[in-house]
Design a protein around this ligand. Structure first.
Ligand code: NI
Length: 255
């Protein structure tokens, strides 16, 4: 079964048909979904939602674009959510110098604090990093050693991907790999072992070809798995089976 390791089903783009859509996932070959929070406001919603669906787990964390919402008080309140059932990761956290919504100082501070939280809770991390390759690697080397996790929506060089894999992290591959101009990501997929890859949508964003630009959902991951199979010269079933095993190991979900 397909394991979508990174989705945002709290997004308002799913308000009209969320229940129906999620109810159809099993029939479409999707066995597992991790529902990821980004903003402070979404954390509780995301955790509530996964209680309703047996195949869904939650990740709680604050995205770098929203890091300005964190202070000691809100951080402590967010931490309380980890007492709830089915919270399987800290995420998404990291650095985003593309949107540059928050100062780099603020972004780094809360990235590091949330990495420390993951260590304390013994949970994996979901890392968002955009146009911040060097600073992310530096922080991960200093504060991420020994942690498990995913470099989500990976967009950097294959050399750096290999370095993350050596450090024990998974590379998150989604719809972008099907884009014609995604040469770098295709090369990365060719070079790193399938044992280091997990599938993800980041839905409602980043729909794969042939749905590029439309609303994404977990069932479209099959186009991602097909492309990975094509790039690596292996069958589709091998891609979905191995990445499912990788994700279950990462999140500590029993088979
Ligand atoms: Ni995301």
């Amino acid at each position: 079964m397909i394991f979508d390791t990174h989705a945002h089903y709290d997004d308002e783009q799913f308000d009209e048909d969320r229940r129906e859509l999620l109810g159809s996932m099993k029939d479409k070959g999707v066995g597992w979904i991790v529902n990821v929070s980004a903003s402070y406001a979404s954390c509780e919603r995301v955790v509530d939602m996964v209680q309703e669906y047996p195949f869904m787990y939650a990740a709680v964390g604050i995205h770098p674009d929203e890091a300005g919402d964190l202070n000691e008080e809100s951080f402590a309140r967010m931490k309380e959510l980890f007492r709830r059932d089915k919270v399987a990761a800290v995420g998404e956290i990291g650095l985003d110098y593309y949107w540059d919504n928050e100062s780099h100082t603020i972004q780094k501070k809360w990235f590091i604090r949330q990495l420390e939280l993951a260590r304390e809770l013994k949970l994996p991390v979901l890392i968002h990093s955009r146009e911040a390759a060097a600073d992310t690697m530096e922080i991960m080397k200093e504060h991420g050693q020994g942690l498990k996790g995913v470099i989500h929506c990976y967009s950097y060089s294959r050399e750096m991907a290999k370095e993350y894999v050596k450090m024990g992290f998974y590379i998150g591959v989604g719809g972008v790999v099907t884009f014609k101009n995604a040469r770098k990501l295709k090369e990365t997929v060719e070079e790193i072992p399938l044992e280091a890859i997990v599938l993800e949508t980041d839905c409602p964003y980043l729909a794969p070809v042939p749905y590029r630009g439309k609303r994404n959902d977990s069932s479209y991951i099959r186009y991602v798995a097909e492309e990975i199979g094509r790039l690596k010269g292996i069958p589709y079933e091998e891609v979905t089976a191995q990445t499912e095993e990788n994700a279950k190991r990462l999140y500590g979900i029993a088979r």
